[in-house]
Every structure is written in structure tokens, then in C-alpha cells.
Design a protein around this ligand. Structure first.
Ligand SMILES: C[S@@+](CC[C@H](N)C(=O)[O-])C[C@H]1O[C@@H](n2cnc3c(N)ncnc32)[C@H](O)[C@@H]1O
Length: 218
């Protein structure tokens, strides 16, 4: 079962194969076309210590991330040589450095007011970190906390879930459409089979891995 302890243990034991050393290429490609006005907020759910956080912040946006693990958050600031202040609030430990705020705590404890300045969500590897039975709650909560004008850049994976266990989990595109189509206009920006880029997963038996990039606009 992929619960909080699963993730906290992975950070504790440094089993973070999901962490990428370089900025996500789809983010680099599509963010400039979807980016809100400079200075507005960009929300990164389940953000880990992604280098994408700093990349977005360097372009002048106010970045808000939420992450369960303090190890991840403190590693992010250390690895990017950023000083931070840490404040305990009622729901989170809030780490802040200039235009980056990382909240240590549970995504499901976020409230609408926490994201009131956000105009874009970058869901890079958040939705696909959740098992099928946890995702309905994720979609519902996401929709309940986002400002009405907030768009989204979403990267998802689809594969034969009987060939590999996950995480990351396979998320059918139809599921994304079904859950988000009342709130957003959804476009597939790119889709391709990237199994050749994941030899480790091919080795465990995965035959195909479809990666899709979606824009969700209001
Ligand atoms: C697959 S990793 C992706 C991390 C990051 N987005 C990246 O691309 O490197 C999923 C992350 O979500 C965090 N996480 C899982 N459940 C969470 C929750 N309910 N609230 C906040 N963070 C969570 C985990 O600790 C983990 O760092």
C-alpha cells in the first residue's frame, strides 16, 4: 500500500529513483506557452525536491509546493544553496525562501485560501504517484482548492498495470478527461511511447509506456 509511510520511508532511505537531476523537458517546452503573468503563483503538488521548483521560481513566479517529507524539502534548499525560514502553522511547516514556499504536510490538508494567488498548477509527477483508489479524492480536492481561473499543465503515464506495480501508476487519459472536463478545457499537447528512456522498467517487464502532456485551461 502506498501510504504516507511509504513515501516517508523512501525519503528516509534515499530510495528516490523518481527524482530527476534535470528540469523536465515538457515543463521547459510548454510552460512558456501556458505561463501566467509574471509574479503570479504556480502550485506544485507533491513536489519532492524537484529541480523544476527552482526553474519556475527563477522566472519570477511565486512557487508554492506541498510535500510530506521534511527531508525532501530541506534537501531542496540545501542542494540549491538557498537560505530559508521555517515557521510552524496549524497545518503545515512552512519553509520560505524569497519567492519559493514549500509546505511540509498533507496535500489533503490544503485549503482554498492557501492557493488564492495561484494561476497555474504544474502536476509533474503527483497524480501518477497515487493509486487508483486514492485518485478520486485527489481530483476532487484539487478542484476544491484551486482558484476559478487557475490552469494546469499535467504530465501523465499510461501502461499495462499488470506488467508493473507502480508507483508511478498508470492513469488512463479517459479518467483525467472524465474527472476534470467539467472544470477545464483539456488538450493533449504531446503523447509518445517513452519505454526506451526507461530501461530499468523494461527490465521488470514493461512493454510500453505512454507519456502524455495535457493543458487544462478554464
Ligand atoms: C513520485 S514523487 C514525485 C516528486 C516530485 N514531484 C518529482 O517529480 O520529483 C511523489 C512525492 O509526493 C509526496 N507525497 C505523497 N503523498 C503526499 C501527500 N498526500 N501530500 C504531500 N506530499 C505527498 C512524496 O513524499 C513524494 O515526494
Amino acid at each position: 500500500m502506498v501510504d504516507h509511510n511509504h513515501w516517508l520511508d523512501r525519503w528516509q532511505e534515499d530510495r528516490i529513483g523518481f527524482h530527476e537531476a534535470s528540469v523536465n523537458r515538457h515543463l521547459q517546452n510548454w510552460f512558456p506557452r501556458l505561463a501566467p503573468a509574471p509574479g503570479s503563483g504556480v502550485f506544485l503538488p507533491l513536489c519532492g525536491k524537484a529541480v523544476d521548483i527552482h526553474w519556475i521560481a527563477r522566472q519570477g513566479f511565486e512557487v508554492v509546493g506541498i510535500e510530506l517529507s521534511s527531508i525532501a524539502i530541506e534537501a531542496f534548499f540545501a542542494e540549491n544553496s538557498l537560505d530559508f525560514e521555517r515557521v510552524e502553522t496549524d497545518r503545515f511547516a512552512e519553509y520560505k525562501s524569497a519567492n519559493i514556499t514549500l509546505l511540509q504536510g498533507d496535500f489533503f490538508d490544503l485549503k482554498h485560501d492557501d492557493l488564492s494567488h495561484c494561476q497555474l498548477v504544474y502536476d509533474g509527477a503527483a497524480l501518477i504517484a497515487l493509486e487508483r483508489h486514492d485518485r478520486p479524492r485527489y481530483y476532487d480536492h484539487m478542484l476544491s482548492i484551486l482558484p476559478a481561473s487557475c490552469d494546469m499543465l499535467l504530465i501523465s503515464l499510461e501502461y499495462n498495470q499488470t506488467e508493473m506495480q507502480g508507483p508511478p501508476f498508470s492513469v488512463p487519459s479517459e479518467e483525467i478527461l472524465q474527472r476534470y472536463q467539467n472544470a477545464f478545457s483539456i488538450h493533449t499537447l504531446e503523447t509518445s511511447n517513452i519505454i526506451d528512456e526507461r530501461p530499468r522498467w523494461r527490465k521488470v517487464g514493461l512493454s510500453a509506456l505512454q507519456e502524455s502532456v495535457f493543458s487544462l485551461t478554464r
